[in-house]
Design a protein around this ligand. Structure first.
Ligand code: GDP
Length: 304
């Protein structure tokens, strides 16, 4: 992910390397190259505009003195601004004062929610928590079965409406809102300190999906609502994220499929467009392909 963007930015900086001082024309040419690199990587247009505006302004007013030469100064400015659009500092999960902490997952079908549920459950279990997974996705035929498999791999129990759904084609019946409520009650009764609620997605944003997710949110009053977004969906990421922000509201973002080779810039837009922090990254299909998201580390990776 971000390999092309990374290469483009690096070669832009290379052009500045031997310059003793940057003229306004040099800075404008550099900013133009950065703009093109970001747009080609699918970063949302308003984010690119703001980003390049700030880089230009700061580069023009940068002091020539100091330990950094002009090229290094531009790299530092771009690095700072990348960190800023990625949300600034890392934001860890917030836990309820009185357990259980309720974490709800939301996002489109195929975004990677169920996979993420398992990864997060394993991550929390290894930190000494006692999570419970709740299968409130009753839309997709095999979603409950899939979550049960993921839970088993993670060594984390799963609360499901019909635990023994026999066929992969059998759509579990029941009310997902009630399943979520019952799941939280189950966690309280069995003394699980965290509940992770997997919810249904659709292939596209639709009103019924939003209403259901909003109902689950209202009924379970989660401490965190994590919006899971496929980093490979390109410019659609921004509209999808905004729709979920309006329809459900969320407290944090999880970027999934960051291992893909797509341009990925949309992922760079989500935090600044929604004002919500990116908290985790999913980087593969296996349970351990998961990491906490650090804006500064991601920026260094891009500029490496
Ligand atoms: P859901 O519909 O949102 O629950 O999505 P799933 O968790 O079922 O994931 C959809 C597909 O994406 C599955 O085939 C997953 O194996 C795959 N997937 C999920 N996360 C990742 C990831 O980080 N990287 C890759 N390469 N594939 C992923």
């Amino acid at each position: 992910m971000f390999a092309t963007l990374s290469d483009r930015l690096t070669s832009t900086f290379k052009n500045l390397r031997n310059k003793g001082r940057l003229s306004e024309a040099d800075i404008d040419a550099t900013v133009r190259q950065i703009r093109r690199a970001l747009l080609d990587a699918d970063v949302a247009v308003p984010v690119v505009r703001e980003f390049t505006g700030r880089v230009r302004e700061r580069a023009l007013s940068a002091e020539v003195s100091g330990a950094l030469n002009p090229a290094q100064q531009v790299v530092k400015i771009v690095n700072d601004e990348l960190i800023s659009i990625l949300g600034g500092s890392a934001r860890p999960l917030s836990f309820a004062k009185v357990p259980p902490t309720v974490i709800m997952l939301a996002g489109l079908q195929g975004a990677g929610k169920t996979t993420l549920a398992g990864k997060l459950a394993l991550h929390l279990r290894e930190q000494g928590h006692t999570p419970l997974l709740v299968a409130a996705d009753l839309q997709r035929p095999n979603a409950v079965t899939q979550l049960s498999v993921v839970g088993e791999r993670a060594g984390v129990p799963v609360y499901a409406p019909h635990p023994g759904v026999a066929s992969e084609l059998e759509v579990p019946t029941g009310d997902p809102v009630q399943v979520a409520i019952d799941g939280v009650a189950e966690a309280r009764a069995k003394v699980h300190d965290v509940v992770i609620i997997d919810t249904a997605g659709r292939l596209g944003v639709d009103g019924e999906l939003m209403a259901q997710a909003a109902d689950i949110r209202a009924a379970t009053n989660p401490d965190e609502v994590l919006f899971v977004i496929d980093a490979m969906i390109g410019q659609d990421a921004v509209t999808t994220a905004k729709a979920f922000l309006d329809g459900v509201d969320f407290t944090g973002v999880v970027l999934s499929k960051l291992d893909g080779d797509a341009r990925g810039g949309a992922a760079l837009s989500v935090a600044s467009v929604t004002g919500r922090p990116i908290m985790f990254a999913s980087t593969g299909e296996q349970l351990r392909d998961f990491e906490a998201f650090y804006p500064d580390r991601m920026a260094s990776r891009i500029l490496d």
